[in-house]
Design a protein around this ligand. Structure first.
Ligand code: NAD
Length: 263
């Protein structure tokens, strides 16, 4: 299937590793031009260079913290100057800290809101006018299975990803007449660096090995294994493609069957 991504310009946020990087790699392989960011200049330049080398795509990178509106403005301005436009926006950031209600301060709630909700809102604020003007755009938010089925001990993520979903669903209706689609992918347990690190920390706390800890997650997943970032990125590439032109306002899981709900 030709996804029609050749020469589309995609901004993928938080892309030095993990799901964001896997999406960037997939879009580059499909012939898109890329603008990537993460907080560390060194990490994002390295990722951009590696992706450009393996795919032959044009990949630009800029250090930006997506929880800072000023950084997002700088990033999108850089994209406009160097690439002329942004056709595809993939919003993403690191996950907010784990914890239960009584262990989290007001400051932590505010920081998590900036990281998870405002980052998506501000990225959209910057790129949407151009998409509407050109009457073509794709906005894709990386959320979580927590939107459908809250995960214990993750009250910040459970609350704020629901907020992103409400934002996205409402925005989808507002911008649909302009040829702009807005969708979300809900990753399940996917083997990224973050998940490996989390397994390490949790295993140490429980005096078991990381493999034993991962096996507990795998028991809850009908496919009995973690997902691979590439499996997530395949759906992302489709949802931002020309071919997904009549799909908007949805949240689709890539979770090996973890969500137990019917629809
Ligand atoms: P990861 O930690 O492996 O990668 C996160 C990326 O975001 C890195 O490139 C990091 O540098 C960048 N980043 C972090 N904070 C940033 C900021 N403020 N500004 C700019 N860049 C920033 O994480 P991942 O596993 O790829 O997860 C990506 C998102 O998906 C997270 O929000 C995570 O909570 C969510 N998620 C992941 C899984 C999973 O199993 N991997 C499951 C559900 C939800």
């Amino acid at each position: 299937m030709d996804l029609g991504l050749k020469d589309k310009v995609a901004l993928v946020a938080a892309a030095s590793r993990g799901l964001g990087r896997a999406v960037a790699e997939e879009l580059a392989a499909e012939g898109a031009l890329l603008l990537l960011c993460s907080r560390s200049e060194e990490a994002i330049n390295k990722a951009a260079k590696e992706i450009a080398q393996t795919t032959g795509a044009k990949v630009l990178a800029l250090a930006a913290d997506v929880s800072e509106a000023a950084d997002i403005a700088k990033l999108t301005q850089f994209g406009a100057e160097r690439l002329g436009r942004i056709d595809i926006l993939v919003t993403n950031a690191g996950g907010p800290p784990a914890g239960q209600f009584e262990n989290l301060s007001q400051d932590q709630w505010e920081a998590a809101t900036r990281l998870t909700l405002f980052s998506a809102v501000e990225l959209v604020r910057q790129v949407l006018p151009g998409m509407k003007e050109r009457r073509w755009g794709r906005i894709l938010n990386i959320t979580s299975i927590a939107v459908k089925q809250p995960v214990d001990n993750l009250i910040l993520s459970n609350s704020l990803r629901a907020a992103v979903t409400g934002f996205a669903r409402t925005l989808a209706n507002e911008v649909a007449p302009f040829g702009v689609t807005v969708n979300n992918i809900m990753p399940g347990y996917t083997r990224t660096e973050r998940v490996e690190e989390l397994a390490q920390v949790m295993a140490e706390k429980q005096a078991i090995t990381p493999a034993e800890f991962v096996a507990r997650w795998e028991k809850e997943i009908p496919m009995r294994r973690l997902g691979e970032p590439r499996e997530f990125a395949a759906l992302a590439a489709f949802l931002v493609s020309e071919r997904a032109s009549y799909i908007t306002g949805t949240s689709i899981p890539v979770d090996g069957g973890w969500i137990k709900a019917l629809i």
